[in-house]
Design a protein around this ligand. Structure first.
Ligand SMILES: [Zn+2]
Ligand SMILES: [Zn+2]
Length: 139
């Protein structure tokens, strides 16, 4: 879970104002699901502040990702991006049926790419996703 004050400080340090709308978005990120979509955050914010625009929510999330407060998570074939509030290096389990996404912290040292496959790239990080069926979806 990200710390609310840390997220607010990121915005302040970059010279941005903390509007009540932005603060509400950051609060939701600090309290809510680990992998929210922008649309989920939008729905939750407008439940409290009906006048917040979709653009405000999407832009705030985008800015926060650029500042490193959240990871702009990848697309899991759901048709939308998720944000990942866990900015530590980690990997995922993904249920292909109910789209549950779970963090795993196993160190996949064995994923190291042989240099002939890296085609000259300097590798900075890797992310592993296991696709499968969660316990609920198996029954
Ligand atoms: Zn499932
Ligand atoms: Zn994650």
């Amino acid at each position: 879970m990200p710390d609310l004050e840390v997220l607010i400080e990121l915005f302040r340090q970059s010279g941005r104002k903390i509007t009540p709308q932005r603060r509400a978005i950051l609060e939701l990120l600090a309290q809510g699901s680990v992998h929210p979509t922008a649309e989920e955050i939008y729905q939750q914010v407008t439940a409290m502040m009906p006048d917040v625009s979709r653009a405000t929510v999407y832009n705030t999330l985008h800015e926060l990702a650029a500042l490193g407060g959240v990871n702009e998570a990848f697309e899991f074939g759901e048709g939308f991006m998720r944000y990942d509030t866990n900015t530590q290096a980690h990997h995922h389990l993904f249920c292909i049926r109910c789209h549950t996404l779970v963090d795993i912290n196993h160190d996949f040292a064995e994923v190291a790419l042989p240099s002939e496959e890296a085609v000259g790239y300097q590798i900075l990080r890797h992310r592993v996703t296991f696709y499968g069926l969660c316990p609920d979806c198996q029954s």
